[in-house]
Design a protein around this ligand. Structure first.
Ligand code: ZN
Length: 456
């Protein structure tokens, strides 16, 4: 079976993936800060890492995937104040919506999804350890990490300290010893959420959260740490500094062995930003397109490159799905055939999905040069890592007869119902089932999840 090669942002090269423990691969990816609906940048990260995890699961006996929820942050406090909703209600609402939206994209729930607020005590202990080691200091209720005390600082982002100064827009604070020092703990006012600590009532800094949640759940060093490219500096650099300092090391691999970053999503060639008012929320997108189409579109450009989101990307994704399901519709249930070897080779080569998609198009174009069994087995194999092609062809074709928006609405409600059931809100879950039944849509629950059919 092909060896897996990954582009490692730490060494800036493609490296053969050799897990620390062959019997248990451990991976962590920074999840969302929950104060609003997820946008397609969040969705791309979730889908990319989900496909990585599917690839690793294909090769290794056990994979533990941890992806966190940041549920304490200044942006959350601001949003809660603006909307006049208690913070825990706001974060619960957007966590549930995030998880429902991701399941709609066929993103498997991480094995562990830690929430920052549940780890504050561990964070306090972690910060205390850094103070004991003279890597951090307290000042006026704040605790800062002292960057010059850490030899290896800058290895991930390849920045010299001077450059960091030049690129920094952070205001010089009088209470910091050094401009690059970053906050591990900050004081909370009475109206802000806070926890008791040796430094007074306060809350943890974002960079500390991931160090603690990854270490508690995976132990360090673990194999892969990832996230969006925008997190590389300062978030991941600062994570490395703290976690390595906590074990007296200046080698980033003593925290995580490989670092993976996915590229940005641009909208019609422009950066997605609040000021350009072009942020696309997944929740809106799901009203127009089904999750499988969106997922395939999100995977259509190489994960490290930026992905330009436009009508064409969605169209191409739908055309390919139509072709695949049309073909599967002509196949026997379980035909014999060999999986095309190039597929695993391309997945294993730093998750080269564009090449996989080219192979799929070729297979379908030259239908007569391979047996139907070979093509079907190859498509299903590729689909198992891409997270697509797992509907019955009749289900896919049925959705063509109803409008995309109707279908999306049904699937969205199914996902909302699933979340409600997970949260033991059975009354809410039943209300969704009944409202669909009134529209002639019958839900069928099974061990594999929920499907639906028109009531006969
Ligand atoms: Zn993080």
């Amino acid at each position: 079976m092909s060896e897996i090669y990954l582009y490692d942002s730490l060494s800036n090269k493609k490296r053969k993936f050799e897990p620390i423990d062959q019997n248990h691969v451990r991976i962590y990816a920074c999840g969302p800060t929950v104060y609003n609906y997820a946008h397609i940048g969040n969705a791309r990260m979730a889908v990319v890492f989900d496909s990585f995890v599917r690839l690793l699961r294909n090769k290794y006996p056990k994979v533990t995937y941890v992806s966190n929820i940041t549920d304490i942050d200044d942006k959350i406090i601001e949003a809660a104040n603006e909307s006049n909703i208690p913070i825990n209600e706001l974060t619960k609402k957007y966590t549930d919506i995030y998880n429902a939206d991701m399941s709609y994209l066929n993103v498997l729930h991480p094995d562990i999804q830690p929430k920052a607020t549940e780890y504050v005590e561990d964070m306090i202990n972690f910060i205390d350890k850094l103070i004991q080691k003279d890597k951090a200091y307290e000042k006026d209720g704040h605790v800062f990490f002292h960057v010059p005390s850490h030899e290896g600082y800058g290895k991930l982002s390849n920045r010299e300290i001077d450059q960091q100064l030049a690129g920094s827009r952070v205001q010089v604070s009088d209470i910091k010893k050094n401009q690059q020092d970053f906050v591990l703990w900050k004081p909370s006012s009475k109206s802000q959420p806070g926890w008791e600590s040796p430094w007074g009532i306060g809350r943890p800094g974002w960079h500390t959260e991931c160090c603690v949640m990854s270490e508690v759940n995976l132990k360090i060093p673990f194999d892969i740490h990832g996230g969006g490219q925008d997190l590389l500096f300062p978030h991941h650099e600062n994570e490395i500094a703290q976690s390595c300092a906590s074990v007296n090391s200046d080698n980033p691999e003593d925290y995580a062995k490989y670092w993976i970053h996915n590229g940005f999503v641009t909208i019609d060639g422009e950066k997605m930003s609040k000021s350009l008012n072009n942020i696309i929320l997944l929740n809106d997108l799901l009203k127009e397109h089904d999750g499988e189409t969106i997922r395939l579109a999100l995977l259509s450009s190489h994960y490290r490159k930026s992905l330009d989101w436009n009508e064409n990307v969605i169209k191409q994704s739908k055309v390919l799905l139509d072709k695949v399901y049309d073909f599967l519709d002509t196949c026997d249930d379980d035909p014999e055939g060999e999986i095309d070897e190039s597929l695993m080779e391309n997945f294993s080569n730093d998750l080269d999905i564009p090449k996989v998609l080219t192979s799929i198009n070729e297979l379908l174009k030259n239908k007569n040069s391979s047996s139907p069994g070979t093509i079907k087995q190859s498509l299903l194999f590729a689909g198992s890592i891409l997270g697509v092609f797992d509907k019955k062809p009749s289900e896919w074709n049925m959705q063509i007869e109803i409008s995309d928006s109707e279908l999306a609405e049904i699937e969205k409600l199914i996902n909302e119902r699933k979340t409600l059931k997970e949260n033991k809100d059975f009354t809410g879950a039943d209300a969704i089932r009944d409202s669909l039944l009134e529209k002639g849509v019958e839900l069928i629950d099974s061990e594999d999840g929920t499907t639906w059919k028109y009531k006969s």
